[in-house]
Design a protein around this ligand. Structure first.
Ligand code: SF4
Ligand code: SF4
Length: 390
């Protein structure tokens, strides 16, 4: 929650916001205006919801909570476009569009992820990976544990972002029942958005939610120490890690795993100027609504990696990977998802298809939108767990 009492209206949050970068006097005026009116089109339009401002507020007043409050009201009143709603109740969303590319192959894998055998421990691939980046799951690294995912098992991050805690509670309880039916006690997560929901949001709003979450990186570190992950080929390069925004609200220990894992595989870990809880967003959240600003932010992030002479930028978020890879390549920096690095270290050859998949997805989105122009205008809302068109 935003703490109005402790906020000193100093403007630091909006002045140092990488997306807004307001002059300090304007920043002071804007924050005061937002507090008084609970509104601000200007801020909402270019805010990427990265919550960096929470990490730099000198009084710990949680300015992003104020922006989120305004944004949620806006979504309640005006609805949300279908693209961001990850549910089979909507004919066209990002995942249904992505499914059209190599549909048969993806559908075969999805059938497995949606009907896994009962197990107390599973890899939770969520929705983004099986629909948009399915190659990332093609590895021996996962052994015999089942993979769980697909639209039905989406973590519900979009509901939390667009419709708030009450609707998230309904989604969380639904998911929890499904996890229990499958006998799941622990989920090994790939996506920082899933981490935020499984480790942060659901346990804080649903008393009985006791499914443990472990990142795939911490899982690799654990397996290495247990002697079950054998490093065959050291990666002797300078590697920096792109800390994902959703981890900012979780235990600070989350940041240790990637650094330890990169050292295990032989890397020299180098830190960008902004790192861990003060890491900078990649720009992905604004890629559709404000592409030029998203590109500017992505370039700034890569210039931080270049400044420390990183040879590789490693990711745990496919959004960061998709957004930063092109700019990284332009600067002779390789950009890899963390499981791709793990594959190389155990002697596998990863598919390395993120850029190709991203380009195909963008083409498919444009094709779908041009065939169905009304999709841009259609707005949806959710009430008591039921989705409807406005
Ligand atoms: S939320 Fe924090 S940084 Fe922003 S104006 Fe208030 S005290 Fe300053
Ligand atoms: S959430 Fe991120 S983009 Fe939005 S105001 Fe805060 S720092 Fe800026």
């Amino acid at each position: 929650m935003f703490n109005e009492e402790t906020c000193q209206r100093c403007g630091t949050c909006l002045e140092q916001c990488p997306f807004l970068q307001l002059p300090i006097e304007t920043a002071k005026e804007e924050i005061s205006k937002m507090i008084e009116t609970r509104n601000s089109r200007k801020i909402i339009k270019n805010c990427a919801s990265c919550s960096y401002c929470n990490a730099i507020c000198p009084t710990g007043s949680n300015p992003y909570a104020l922006i989120r409050e305004i944004r949620l009201k806006n979504y309640r009143d005006n609805g949300v476009r279908s693209l961001g709603l990850i549910t089979e109740d909507i004919p066209h969303n990002l995942m249904s569009i992505a499914l059209e590319i190599n549909k048969d192959e993806k559908q075969r894998e999805l059938n497995k992820y949606e009907n896994p055998p009962k197990s107390s421990k599973m890899f939770y691939v969520g929705c983004g990976i099986p629909y948009c980046f399915p190659d990332l799951t093609q590895t021996k690294l996962f052994g015999d544990l089942p993979l769980l995912g697909g639209m039905e098992y989406c973590c519900g991050g979009y509901i939390h972002s667009y419709f708030g805690e009450d609707e998230s509670k309904i989604k969380g309880l639904e998911l929890y029942e499904k996890f229990k039916t499958l006998g799941v006690e622990k989920l090994i997560t790939f996506c920082p958005g899933c981490d935020a929901m499984i480790k942060g949001v659901y346990p804080s709003i649903i008393e009985e939610f006791n499914v443990e979450g472990q990142t795939i990186i911490d899982y690799f570190v654990e397996k290495y120490h247990q002697g079950e992950l054998k490093i065959k080929k050291k990666i002797n390069q300078r590697i920096t890690f792109q800390d994902p925004c959703p981890w900012r609200n979780l235990d600070r220990k989350m940041y240790d795993g990637p650094r330890e894992f990169l050292e295990i595989i032989g890397a020299e870990v180098v830190e960008m100027k902004h790192n861990k809880e003060k890491s900078l967003c990649c720009g992905a959240p604004l890629i559709i609504s404000n592409r030029s600003l998203a590109t500017k932010i992505a370039k700034e992030r890569i210039s931080e990696a270049k400044h420390v002479n990183a040879e590789v930028i490693a990711h745990i978020c496919t959004g960061c990977l998709a957004t930063l890879s092109e700019h990284a390549t332009e600067n002779n920096i390789n950009s890899y998802y963390i499981t791709e690095l793990a594959q190389m270290a155990i002697g596998e050859t990863p598919a390395l298809k993120i850029l190709e998949n991203t380009k195909n997805l963008n083409k498919q989105i444009i094709k779908t939108l041009s065939k169905n122009p009304k999709l841009i205008a259609e707005r949806y809302t959710i009430k008591n767990g039921k989705i409807s068109r406005l």
